[in-house]
Design a protein around this ligand. Structure first.
Ligand SMILES: Cc1cc2nc3c(=O)[nH]c(=O)nc-3n(C[C@H](O)[C@H](O)[C@H](O)COP(=O)(O)O)c2cc1C
Length: 436
């Protein structure tokens, strides 16, 4: 195509461009951002000195981005904000039911506060080109160490919430703990089930316990999770004030007033008060599946769990929904890890909201972590996509923490990556060597 319009001579055009480039390079007001949003000085390499600035060959790894979702989801930028998003779509009673901790919610606060009891010790000049969040459990490799904790409430916060959570777990490659056996068995037949564990709050008789194990195994569970911290329902003020009726939550029809007793202060509502180590004797010989015990908080119980054939322990206080006055789970983790002494994996949950929180838990010896409320908030606000986004955000934040701390991958994380916040540095206090 010919161009007949008058054009400046090639020489003067080049001169003008050179003037512009000189102005941009020397102006204190001019700075550009590179593709990652990091500042790059005009006419030069990256301000940070790393390769890949303007003109330099791209010899750094690709940007890893989690999947994107519709705008309203992408505007929710961290796990805390999913709670605000969920609140808008829930009745006060449903919101309170999920959010509540027992009593004065001291333990609920302690779960979060415990993460400020430790600081990450960052290492530099380590090649972290490869950042890897994968981990192994019971001989299988998983993409990341974020599990969806067991819990009722999925169908309360969202219609078909059990199914949507299972689909999200599959999509985001998170192990789902608990779920409806029949539904999961059907999903399994269609090749659509996530990796999931059967979950129970315990059974009062041997026949019931064995039946639970068999049913879960037949439905395709890859482990069994026994929650041991629920002999009685905890007294929770918020649902108590809302006259929460579990019968209504299940059937949308109000039960008789005694149904509302569950969370009321002053009442005592038995769940499995007769659960003892006998349960392990009943079930252990009846199943090939690993048995995971959830709700261990002390060294004594951890030792007993291992002696009774438990194959993994979850340090948990049930999301602070039972006995108020206990400390945060992160503070209980070191004592359990020490007692177990590497014989079985230890997992932890309670108040985990950030990638840095996951890093701290792993540095104190946890193999993996669970989240409870955050994925229920994601579900309540945005259904399946919301749950996926919650998991993917947390995994993304963990990736950043691994990249920035010098750990790079989960196997490399050990006690040398963490120090108690309350202790001032003393020579010799930090060995820097791996000890779990
Ligand atoms: C609404 C709700 C219901 C729960 N139900 C159970 C349950 O049935 N069994 C159980 O072991 N844990 C249950 N939990 C506890 C979670 O599995 C998990 O331990 C806890 O929520 C983790 O703390 P986080 O919510 O701060 O992440 C429940 C938690 C919530 C919020």
């Amino acid at each position: 195509m010919s161009n007949s319009s008058p054009r400046p001579a090639a020489g003067s055009r080049r001169q003008a461009l050179r003037h512009l480039a000189t102005f941009m390079a020397t102006s204190p007001f001019m700075s550009l951002a590179d593709a990652n949003g990091d500042p790059v000085q005009a006419g030069g390499g990256a301000q940070t000195g790393r390769p890949g600035g303007q003109g330099a060959p791209r010899d750094r790894p690709d940007v890893i981005r989690p999947p994107t979702y519709r705008d309203e989801i992408m505007k929710v930028i961290n796990l805390h904000e999913f709670e605000d998003a969920a609140r808008k779509s829930l009745s006060l009673a449903a919101y309170d039911y999920v959010a509540a901790g027992a009593g004065d919610e001291l333990t609920l606060k302690a779960n979060r506060e415990a993460f400020s009891h430790y600081w990450i010790r960052r290492k530099v000049m380590v090649d972290v080109t490869k950042v890897d969040t994968s981990f192994e459990l019971f001989g299988k490799k998983y993409d990341h160490p974020i599990l969806l904790g067991p819990g009722g409430g999925k169908n309360i916060v969202m219609a078909d919430g059990e199914k949507l959570s299972a689909q999200a777990a599959r999509q985001s490659k998170a192990i789902m703990v608990g779920g409806q056996n029949q539904m999961l068995a059907e999903m399994g037949k269609a090749g659509q089930a996530p990796t999931w564990w059967g979950a129970t709050l315990g059974e009062g008789t041997q026949a019931q316990a064995v039946e639970f194990a068999k049913r879960s195994e037949d439905a395709g569970a890859s482990a069994l999770c026994l929650t041991v911290d629920y002999p009685y329902t905890g007294a929770r003020d918020r649902p108590s004030r809302d006259q929460w009726d579990p019968e209504w939550a299940r059937t949308h029809v109000y039960g008789t007033p005694e149904f509302r007793a569950g969370f009321q202060a002053g009442m005592i509502d038995p769940y499995t008060p007769n659960l003892t180590w006998e349960w392990m004797k009943w079930v252990r010989p009846q199943t090939k599946l690993p048995i995971v015990m959830k709700g261990i908080l002390t060294a004594e119980d951890a030792r007993l769990a291992v002696e009774n054939g438990v194959q993994a322990i979850i340090v948990s206080n049930h999301g602070a929904r039972t006995l108020d006055g206990m400390g945060g789970t992160l503070d209980a983790l070191p004592e359990v890890v020490e007692a177990v002494a590497g014989r079985v994996p230890v997992l932890v949950d309670g108040g985990i909201r950030r990638g840095g929180d996951v890093m701290k838990a792993l540095a104190l010896g946890a193999k993996a972590i669970l989240i409870g409320r955050p994925f229920l908030w994601g579900l309540a606000a945005f259904g399946q996509d919301g749950v996926q986004r919650v998991v993917e955000l947390l995994q993304g934040e963990l990736r950043i923490a691994l990249g920035l701390s010098g750990a790079g991958n989960l196997k490399a994380i050990d006690r040398s990556f963490i120090r108690p916040a309350w202790k001032a540095y003393r020579p010799g206090a930090v060995s820097g060597s791996a000890s779990r």
